[in-house]
Design a protein around this ligand. Structure first.
Ligand SMILES: [Zn+2]
Length: 69
């Protein structure tokens, strides 16, 4: 999670009730791997470099049957 968001939340500078509701993150693929980005601070949270490896990924939306529409 974004350390700047966490700091603001910890100092009570937000109206958010939980840190989860305060965070605004994007996640996406980059040339090197995968990156998590803070929308609020327009800043990198973490970029994980796959170092050329292509790990298997499961892109299925595993939605419980009772919630299917
Ligand atoms: Zn942030």
């Amino acid at each position: 999670m974004c350390s700047a968001c966490l700091d603001e939340f910890a100092k009570g500078q937000t109206d958010a009730k939980t840190i989860g509701s305060y965070l605004r993150m994007d996640i996406g693929f980059t040339q090197r791997g995968i990156q998590v980005w803070c929308q609020r601070h327009d800043a990198n949270i973490v970029e994980i470099d796959f170092a050329g490896f292509q790990p298997e990924a499961d892109f299925r939306a595993l939605i419980p049957k009772e919630n299917k529409q």
